[in-house]
Design a protein around this ligand. Sequence first.
Ligand code: NAD
Length: 413
Amino acid sequence: MGTIQYTPPADGRLIGWVQDRLQVPDKPIVPFIEGDGIGPDIWAATRRVLDAAVAKAYAKKREIKWLEILSGEKAVNAGISALSQETLDAIRKYRVAIKGPLTTPVGGGFRSLNVSLRQELDLYACVRPVRYFAGTPAPVTHPEKLNVVIYRENTEDVYAGIEWPAGSVEARKLAKFITEELKSPVDSEAGIGIKPMTKKNTARLVASAIRFALEQGRSTVTLVHKGNIMKYTEGAFRDWGYQTAAEQFADQTITEKDVYDKFNGKIPAGKVMIKDRIADAMFQQVLLRPEEYEVIATPNLNGDYLSDACAAQVGGLGMAPGANIGDGVAVFEATHGTAPKYAGQDKVNPGSLILSGVMMLEYMKWNEAANLIVNALGKVIVSKVVTYDLARQMTGAKEVKCSEFANEIIKNL
Ligand code: NAD
């Protein structure tokens, strides 16, 4: 395997991390991974939209200095590994990166490049905003009432993959131990999975959800758990979540109980209300009372289910953006895959990656540019000039290519 050296643009500057805060210069160096399959198409569209929005919002004062870094097939073709040390180091060094979808090469060293990226960089929060764009076909009567940002724990829970198949030596040994030593009967022929959850990992996830709510002016954070049944994991998540709010954000947060007991149900100005809901009830709540939820913090498995369900409610995964965020390092990415059958056809919807770019701008506190894109994208969808995936569900739509869809957004900035 070869190595690679990345040469950053000479006039770009490093993004800093000082006292848990991102310090973004006017010309930050931002690495991008183009991605495989449809990646090059949607990345080209996204890059043009992001650049145009930044230019429009800040004239010449601000500009993203892009640095291409390689992963996936493009890396392998360049003679380096699909996820090289140099690529990981570049993301760590430049702190904010954006990527297209990646194919995990068959026979390569990694089970999934995306999972490896999250683990290697300790990107512990999977962040998925879900909002409705008027005109998008959706299965509920009022899709516009749902506007939430889901913070899903990314590193532990049953998702950590600690499990043994039924009948294996390990599963039988564990079943015997639990039955005989811990006095909780487990069938000796059971498959066994372990669900580890810690205070430290819960606290950092919940803290980033609260910080986001404070920064973006959202008034509630809801802890979603199944603590009535799984008391020492999911129940502990709820307790640790409330503790985190009380310990780290005492002056800026208030519990739902206090809001009702002491403030007649009205959240005091400037405070974020912390509440919790049991996961099964929460699936009803997002359908029945979506307007009562803004930021959601939840363990890995609940978050997996809930983010797809919420995305479906507002019209599907095609426009669902995502980010994986750690302490001072973040990777923004489309939530869909490489859709290989459409590769190189300039056909697919770049919306998911563009909106991931919007999240990136918001993370950099370049909210003016982010808002320009959201408004323009909204106008384009209402005008029904859309890519095939949306066009086929709308009446009277004009189908355009991926690059033309980007042109439309740029025209409407
Ligand atoms: P996929 O998301 O690539 O495709 C499923 C279908 O969704 C496509 O056939 C297409 O009809 C539609 N689709 C996806 N993106 C679209 C877009 N932008 N616009 C319009 N339609 C779109 O899922 P898959 O087929 O299961 O996976 C293909 C490859 O992608 C696999 O190699 C997988 O490992 C990889 N993958 C990568 C990521 C990632 O990088 N984060 C995520 C999921 C899958």
